[in-house]
Design a protein around this ligand. Structure first.
Ligand SMILES: CCCCCCCC/C=C\CCCCCCCC(=O)N[C@@H](COP(=O)(O)O)[C@H](O)/C=C/CCCCCCCCCCCCC
Length: 214
């Protein structure tokens, strides 16, 4: 099984985000990346039309995994230690693209924005009516989050791909956590942890003026 999925469907993937938060409120890098890997694995079950999205996510996960296995791996143990290390060593392009196009801060910012999309999408899915269209839920969540940071061509391609999403029933079944009711209950359980990870990261990035990294 790939990381982030032990064969019991999306429950284990989403619950991974619960283990991101250390006792000192820092965000642990390894479970954060493990959660993303599980999400990408789930996305890959939706069809090749989503490949361009999963490839970008995989590339970003790999950048971070390389940091986590390199000389400075301890500096990348948490999002907080990464920010501290990269800023104090001037390893981040703060205003315009330059010498550090794949800094950890920049790379995590892209995943962080995508986590906001995920939060909004899961909230919409959880509260939606049985006849709701997943493509509409996904488009609305995307437009309220990630789309604001994407070029026109990416927005167009993403919005087109969303039309290929399965019906709400098929989507919930694909999560492999039991009945629709059980899947919705699982979302309710996982969402507070995803929200918390998003909020702590948002606050960390805001505190260091990192929310608009090029
Ligand atoms: C119970 C529901 C579970 C839902 C599970 C969803 C699984 C989603 C898995 C992965 C999400 C993909 C994360 C994409 C990260 C995108 C990062 C990004 O913004 N990259 C752009 C900017 O990067 P730089 O150029 O600055 O390096 C890049 O341009 C993007 C390229 C690809 C297109 C990204 C579109 C993102 C749409 C996200 C919605 C995914 C829809 C999944 C539908 C289930």
């Amino acid at each position: 099984m790939a990381d982030g999925d032990d064969g019991n469907g999306l429950r284990n993937v989403l619950v991974t985000f619960k283990s991101c938060l250390a006792d000192n409120q820092e965000i642990l890098m390894d479970p954060y990346l493990k959660g993303w890997k599980g999400l990408v694995r789930f996305l890959n079950t939706m069809g090749t039309i989503f490949s361009f999205i999963s490839k970008d996510a995989v590339a970003k996960i790999q950048i971070m995994e390389t940091f986590r296995s390199g000389d400075q791996k301890e500096s990348y143990a948490t999002l907080q230690s990464m920010v501290q290390y990269e800023l104090s060593n001037s390893l981040v392009d703060l205003k315009q693209p330059g010498s550090y196009p794949t800094s950890g801060c920049r790379t995590i910012l892209r995943l962080h924005r995508a986590l906001h999309w995920l939060q909004l999408f899961l909230e919409a899915l959880q509260t939606s009516e049985a006849d709701a269209q997943t493509s509409v839920l996904c488009t609305d969540s995307y437009n309220a989050s990630l789309a604001n940071h994407h070029a026109w061509i990416i927005r167009k391609a993403a919005t087109m791909a969303f039309y290929a999403l399965p019906t709400r029933d098929a989507f919930l079944a694909n999560m492999r956590v039991g009945t629709n009711e059980e899947a919705i209950a699982m979302l309710e359980e996982a969402l507070p942890h995803i929200r918390k990870v998003y909020e702590v990261t948002e606050s960390l990035y805001a505190q260091h003026n990192l929310l608009e990294l090029p």
